[in-house]
Design a protein around this ligand. Structure first.
Ligand code: HT7
Ligand code: ZN
Length: 873
């Protein structure tokens, strides 16, 4: 495989204005006829008239130009293209190909999922459907005709509005769809199946009536309500917050069970992994309900940030993904609890993006090259990309930011543009120069902010010295300093915010947060009129995606934990305290847990003021992976031991408080996924976890009762997880009962696999290996692979990184099995090995051996090749 470089971008030599597609659908052999209106692109340099269309795994039957059938000598077919020489400046190209959806295990293009046929075209799947200029800057209007057996496929859907429907002979029928909006091919979709729908309506701000439909297999009809409510909330929110209205008469969502990612924003016809649609209190957890709300909103928001305005090329992926993640994060913050949402987003960024940013696969938010674009749907492009949008919103302030997004949406409507165009809109409305800020898009790596402070009691000044440092990343040895907003407050010893005045300023502002702008490697600042030595509340709201380092005293952290009004800062203070205790315990297994730490934990646990969901976040110990990320060399076993010991000690010392928290939050009312109820369940189950870790007999009784009597999946799965970790007859019988009860519910069975894969018990690898043979397991279903193999390799560090290398061999075997079936999923799994340099020499050698074994395989996909080869660079 060869890399593709951003610098090689050229506008397309030909454009396609209109596409007419006709599908004769059959899972074994589908016929696709395409009629393309092609013309030269006046904005491109004139070439020699050669048209090279993308196409993969297509059996070509016929090619015609302006109605004249071409002889095979007049075109060239290669495995990835169809080339026509000396074509006219404007012409109609007709092709006919055959494709085989039931053999398509990669789930790109047209494939079979259960009894349905469906498509996934982003990023480059459309070329597996027909020959085309399959690049996002070629935008066309589509008319799509679907023909299929009516008994087997009574529902036939595509993008836009239904314009024709009729019966054919032999029990077949035909439905035609027309999409009035020009779109890139990656937004094309079709669905054929025996589906039922729930339907609702939405009146837009300007009074247009939109039909909303969610299509699922008939037995799932009773679990679509939450998705529908979420969609309506998202539509209203986008009108109010961003002034964006929906533009077609119908908005359709279809749930499928085989899907490589979460969902896809195809114009007017979103296709979803069923995990992000289907929810009923007894089958879905609070996390599932929240995930559905977020993903439904995310795909809906893409209608403007992605579909109306799309990416010029795939290097610009964050243009739509970063902005849309920012939009969905803000939506969830507005409809739920802002502080809790921010903590959850920061936790996610630190757990996935920070490690990626220091890995062999580190890349800028706007990458410069790739072998396989599917490998770049990453936390960097999505989540760091969202942070870049958030920083621009912070720098501009809410009014100007809204003006800038309005300008972006009007200036670029109907275009395929770049992240630079986005930033230019920010500059044009604000008059600010964001030249330096653009480095965030082009430079990889997480900046460290080293902050030092000095209080001068006599002069009543508080000075800060802030230094940026960015470690080299692959291909980028030298870095430049970044422009970033640093949100800060100073708290007095009672935890009250001080009014801030920087040296040289005429007046102090109101007490509260101040946004400082950093641009240089080193910044010195001095606050004046500071009456007492303050405690700084730094990087409030996590105002920039950086790693702050400040030498807080334990007392300072306790003050922030108790009094800071900023949720992120409180959570961060708790985490630093926990990390300190854990580091000591990792270094010395005999180390005592300081009494004041236990008291602080007690104080927080019994604090009636704090939002319960935030409290649950604050009281959760840092994950084993996070603790490993903070170490020079990851001490897999030390971390696991210390973390378990601390859980046990806290459980023992706080037993009475934990029992009361459990009882006070045990819900008796009907299940509802409201922020308050979710917070209560989270806190209750956290308490039960500590109590179980302490081996308290009362806890086991509570846990058994919770498992047996749970009226919702959140409580059932929390209890199941604890019983499985407890082990013995309790674990075995709970697993059996759970499987018996839910054997017909694939999404619940996914949880059954995950609970076993993430158990900390010693024999987990053996159990996971055995489960590969379970009749419910299949390598062909990505959700199942993620629930067993993915969960074991990414969410069970102690067992995956077992010293004997068994976990690594297990993963490599699965990657090699999966690669020929589904390269995207294989390559994603392999990412669990790429940070091998972070481990001790023994583990390093074992991990390397497995990556080399993968690289030595014949016929590796470009996806897996890219990850394996970069891992060893
Ligand atoms: N834009 C969508 C990306 C996506 C995707 C990419 C590659 C392979 C399969 C895929 N399914 C969906 C999802 C989103 O960010 O909204
Ligand atoms: Zn997206």
């Amino acid at each position: 495989p060869h890399p593709i470089h951003r610098r090689d971008y050229r506008p397309p030599e030909f454009l396609i204005d209109h596409v007419e597609l006709r599908f004769d659908l059959d899972p074994d052999r589908t016929r696709v006829e395409a009629s393309l209106e092609v013309r030269r692109n006046p904005a491109a340099t004139r070439g020699d008239g050669t048209l090279r269309l993308h196409g993969e795994q297509l059996d070509l039957e016929e090619v015609a130009i302006d109605g004249h059938r071409l002889a095979p000598a007049e075109y060239r077919v290669e495995p990835d293209s169809l080339t026509l020489q000396r074509v006219p400046d404007r012409f109609r190209l007709d092709t006919r190909v055959r494709i085989h959806p039931n053999l398509n295990t990669a789930l790109e293009g047209l494939y079979q999922s259960g009894d349905m046929l469906c498509t996934q075209c982003e990023a480059e799947g459309f070329r597996r459907i027909t020959y085309f200029l399959d690049r996002p800057d070629v935008m066309a209007r589509y008319r799509t005709t679907l023909i299929a057996d009516k008994g087997r496929f009574p529902v036939l859907l595509s993008n836009g509005n239904r314009v024709e429907e009729r019966e054919l002979v032999d029990g077949r029928h035909l439905v035609s769809w027309e999409d009035p909006f020009p779109k890139p091919s990656y937004l094309f979709a079709l669905i054929a199946g025996d589906l039922s729908a729930i339907e609702d309506r939405f009146t837009t701000a300007s009074g247009r009536d939109v039909v909303l439909q969610i299509f699922v297999e008939p037995h799932n009809l009773d679990r679509c309500d939450h998705a529908m409510q979420s969609l309506k909330k998202a539509m209203r929110w986008d009108e109010e917050r961003f002034g964006r209205e929906y533009d077609l008469d119908v908005y359709m969502i279809v749930a499928v069970s085989h899907f490589n990612m979460g969902a896809m924003e195809n114009k007017g016809l979103n296709v979803f992994n069923d995990k992000f649609v289907l929810a009923r209190a007894d089958t879905a957890t609070d996390e599932d309900f929240q995930g559905i709300e977020g993903v439904i909103a995310h795909e809906y928001f893409h209608n403007w940030s992605g579909n109306r305005i799309t990416c010029r090329d795939w290097f610009q992926l964050s243009l739509k993904e970063g902005f849309t993640v920012y939009r969905d994060q803000e939506f969830s913050a507005d409809v739920g609890s802002r502080g809790v949402k921010r903590v959850a987003d920061v936790r996610l960024l630190q757990a996935h993006q920070f490690p990626e940013d220091s890995s062999p696969m580190a890349h800028p938010v706007r990458p410069d090259s790739y072998f396989e674009i599917n490998n770049f749907y990453t936390a960097t492009v999505y989540n760091k990309g969202a942070e870049l949008v958030r920083m621009q919103a912070t720098l501009l302030g809410p009014e100007l930011f809204r003006k800038a997004t309005d300008l972006y949406f009007t200036r670029h409507d109907g275009q395929a543009v770049t992240t630079d165009d986005f930033v230019r809109c920010m500059e044009d409305v604000s008059g600010r120069d964001l030249m330096q800020f653009r480095r965030w898009y082009s430079q990889a790596g997480t900046p460290h902010l080293h902050i030092e402070a000095a209080y001068d009691a006599e002069r009543a000044t508080y000075s800060l010295l802030i230094r940026q440092a960015i470690a080299p990343t692959p291909g980028e040895p030298d870095k430049d300093p970044l422009h970033l907003p640093l949100a800060i407050a100073l708290l007095d010893p009672q935890g009250r915010e001080l009014a801030l005045r920087l040296e040289g300023e005429p007046n102090a502002g109101e007490p509260g947060t101040r946004i400082l702008e950093l641009r240089d490697w080193e910044t010195r600042l001095c606050f004046v009129d500071v009456p007492v030595r303050p405690v700084p509340s730094l990087l409030r709201g996590f105002s920039a995606p950086v790693q702050p380092r400040f030498d807080y005293g334990d007392d300072d952290l306790l003050l922030l934990l108790r009094h800071d009004s900023d949720g992120y800062s409180r959570w961060n203070a708790a985490r630093i305290l926990m990390q300190r205790v854990l580091s000591t315990m990792i270094a010395d297994p005999e180390a005592e847990v300081p009494g004041r730490f236990v008291e602080a934990f007690r104080g927080a646990l019994t604090d009636p003021e704090t939002d319960k969901a935030l409290l649950a976040e604050v009281l959760t110990l840092p994950s084993e992976s996070f603790l490993g990320d903070q170490m020079e060399t990851v001490d897999v076993d030390g971390i696991h031991r210390a973390r378990n010991t601390l859980r046990e000690i806290l459980g023992e010392r706080l037993v009475e408080e934990l029992l009361s928290v459990y009882r006070d939050n045990a819900d008796v009312e009907r299940y509802a996924p409201t922020p308050d109820a979710i917070g209560r369940r989270a806190l209750k189950n956290l308490a039960l976890g500590y109590l179980m870790a302490a081996g308290d007999a009362r806890a086991l009784t509570l846990c058994r009762a919770q498992f047996a009597g749970a009226g919702n999946m959140t409580d059932a799965i929390a209890a199941l997880r604890l019983l499985v970790d407890h082990g013995g007859e309790d674990g075995t019988s709970a697993l059996e009962a759970f499987h018996r009860r839910w054997s017909k519910e694939p999404l619940v069975i996914d949880k059954w696999f995950s609970v076993q894969a993430t158990s900390s018990r010693a024999g987990t690898l053996g159990i996971v290996t055995g489960l590969l043979q379970h009749p419910d397991f299949s390598l062909r279903n990505p959700n199942r692979v993620r629930s067993l193999v993915g969960a074991f390799c990414t969410a069970n560090p102690a067992r995956f990184h077992a010293r004997d290398g068994g976990g690594y061999r297990f993963l490599a075997d699965r990657v090699l099995e999966l690669d020929p079936l589904n390269p995207q999923i294989a390559a994603r799994l392999l990412k669990a090995l790429i940070r091998w340099r972070r481990y001790d020499a023994g583990r390093q050698a074992l991990m390397r051996t497995e990556i080399e074994r993968i690289l030595a395989a014949e016929e590796l996909s470009s996806d897996t090749f890219e990850v394996a080869s970069k891992a060893l660079e």
